[in-house]
Design a protein around this ligand. Structure first.
Ligand code: ADP
Length: 179
């Protein structure tokens, strides 16, 4: 399922042959579980050395490293919010992650980027709300890219993204207002 330059991919983000993949990092940028662990394993030990030089990253933002052993040239390490009920600015911080990555892509003149479902694993952000923020922010700020992939590890998340993109396809303007 695709809409504009956005497409849903089911699978492992570490295998994507795009210009940049996005990591769901924590504020230390020193590695963790989930997709972060998978990316560090696939990129190799040089990645941790590069991350150490960045001295962390605030929540709602992102920092870049090379992709090392990955097919992707870049990794953008985004620090999503931990869900704590939705009243602590989680939505703005999550949108900030997507926006920061799109800005990095634009600055580096990239054509393609792959996002995981940031914050929806260990950080417990509700999947549908998170996907709405991802699609809305990419639609608003992702025009310079030819291809934006939402890489979903599980079928439930993929189905949510597919339905959001299908809705956009059916009624793009109305959906844009509603999202
Ligand atoms: P966070 O701490 O931001 O919640 P997680 O890594 O725990 O990050 O989870 C974020 C999302 O990434 C979840 O939907 C999880 O299922 C998914 N995920 C985990 N491993 C991978 C992978 N190798 N490729 C793509 N998505 C992944």
């Amino acid at each position: 399922m695709s809409f504009m330059n956005m497409t849903v991919v089911r699978g492992d983000i570490t295998t994507r042959a795009v210009d940049a993949i996005v990591n769901a990092a924590n504020a230390s940028l020193l590695g963790g579980g989930g997709v972060d662990g998978a990316i560090h394993r696939a990129a190799g030990p040089e990645l941790l050395r590069a991350c150490r030089l960045l001295h962390g990253c605030p929540t709602g933002s992102a920092k870049a490293t090379p992709g090392f052993r990955l097919a992707a040239r870049w990794i953008f390490h985004a620090v999503g919010p931990v869900w704590s009920g939705g009243t602590r600015g989680e939505a703005e911080k999550l949108a900030g992650c997507y926006r920061a990555c799109l800005e990095l892509a634009h600055q580096h003149g990239l054509r393609s980027i792959a996002f995981p479902a940031l914050s929806t694993g260990i950080y417990k952000y509700p999947r549908r709300q998170a996907a709405e923020i991802a699609v809305r922010t990419c639609r608003t700020f992702g025009h310079s890219l030819e291809r934006i992939e939402f890489v979903c590890f599980d079928e439930e998340t993929a189905a949510i993204y597919r339905s959001l993109l299908a809705r956009s396809l059916l009624a793009p303007e109305r959906e844009q207002a509603a999202l």
